[in-house]
Write a protein that binds this ligand. Structure first.
Ligand code: PB1
Length: 347
């Protein structure tokens, strides 16, 4: 074909090889969906819930759009609505607000009348099919706000921290949690929790989801606002991984698998998809989860409010990025939105 009337003596650019033609593989919306190696489903998403020690609390979290702090009496009707839309799993974060509850060892973390244990029981009673995970950490319950027990010099005492974290995890499992997810990053806590679950006769019915590759950084602010869990001094850089620590992440994932993790997690998500890809390469035989953390979630909302992105489109792009990198589970504050978006026509 000649384009002589536009470009003198221009001839039709014949592809050198048949394989040069790719667009036939994605010219239709369904074809573009078929290009995904993994498809998003409602079961992909785990929804974080903030539970306080006031049973009737329902408080908007200003720094986390569309998220609230819940008391056990108010969270049940909220979860009922989400379960009716297809919610399959939650992860609980206790947020003790009563004065005097916090102490140096995080005693309140596994208070049998505290927010997490009471909510585990209420959710199990109301929603027999709902998968209940519990974050295991001390930072929401310690007076100093760090994720473990400290020496006088402010450094973590590994052995005491690990013993305390294992006790908390076992008590959550004993209360009925299907999964315990230690986010503390203390060395050796996976082995201690696994041994604790075995000794308690609970290992067969409790999934140990390790936050294996969890990086320190600037993306947890809204969560810390919501949970009142910011450290009272210093930071978490001595026990969360440095953002540049790709090798450390690989070693932590290998270690946690060897210590008995049933699933591993990378956190945060979008800025760490290379780590997700490494994680899937290492943890071929277990589920890899990723946590789209509060700062990432709030940034997408802020960008959408500024008109920089379309919220639904960018939320799908971020979630599909996590799947493309190798994750099969996503902890996300967008979960309620996806329960509705995934009911809408695919195109
Ligand atoms: O959404 C988020 O930002 C999650 C924050 C995360 C919860 N697992 C922690 C990060 C932090 O505050 O350092 C809590 C640590 N136990």
């Amino acid at each position: 074909m000649s384009f002589s009337k536009h470009v003198a003596t221009y001839t039709d650019p014949q592809p050198t090889e048949i394989s040069s033609i790719l667009q036939g593989g994605y010219h239709h919306p369904l074809l573009r969906l078929w290009q995904n190696e993994r498809q998003l489903t409602k079961a992909t998403f785990i929804y974080p819930l903030f539970i306080t020690d006031d049973p009737d609390e329902e408080t908007v979290i200003d720094s986390l759009p569309n998220q609230k702090r819940w008391g056990v009496n108010k969270v049940i009707p909220y979860v009922r609505e989400l379960v009716s839309k297809g919610l399959t799993s939650v992860i609980l974060f206790g947020v003790p607000l009563k004065d005097g509850v916090k102490d140096p060892v995080g005693t309140a973390a596994d208070d049998p009348n505290g927010p997490v244990i009471t909510t585990i029981k209420a959710l199990r009673e109301n929603f027999p099919k709902l998968f209940i995970a519990c974050d295991v950490c001390l930072c929401e319950y310690t007076s100093h706000g760090h994720c473990g027990i400290l020496r006088d010099d402010g450094t973590l005492i590994r052995e005491e921290s690990v013993r305390r974290l294992a006790a908390v995890a076992v008590n959550y499992a004993r209360a009925g949690a299907h999964c315990v997810a230690p986010s503390d990053m203390v060395d050796g806590r996976i082995l201690a929790i696994k041994r604790g679950l075995i000794d308690a006769g609970l290992a067969h019915r409790t999934t140990l989801l390790s936050y294996s590759a969890k990086f320190s950084g600037n993306l947890y602010g809204p969560f810390r606002d919501a949970a009142g869990s910011a450290p009272s001094f210093g930071d978490r850089k001595s026990y969360q991984l440095p953002p540049g620590g790709r090798g450390l992440a690989r070693r932590a994932i290998e270690r946690d698998l060897a210590e008995g993790a049933d699933a591993i997690m990378v956190k945060p998500s979008t800025f760490y998809l290379d780590i997700v890809s490494d994680a899937k390469g290492i943890a071929k035989n277990v589920p890899v989860a990723v946590y789209q953390v509060s700062g990432e979630y709030a940034m997408l909302h802020a960008a959408a409010e500024k008109g920089v992105v379309d919220l639904k489109t960018i939320a799908f792009e971020a979630a599909n990025g996590c799947l493309r990198a190798g994750a099969s589970l996503i902890i996300s504050y967008f979960t309620p939105d996806f329960l509705e978006w995934l009911d809408e026509p695919l195109y």
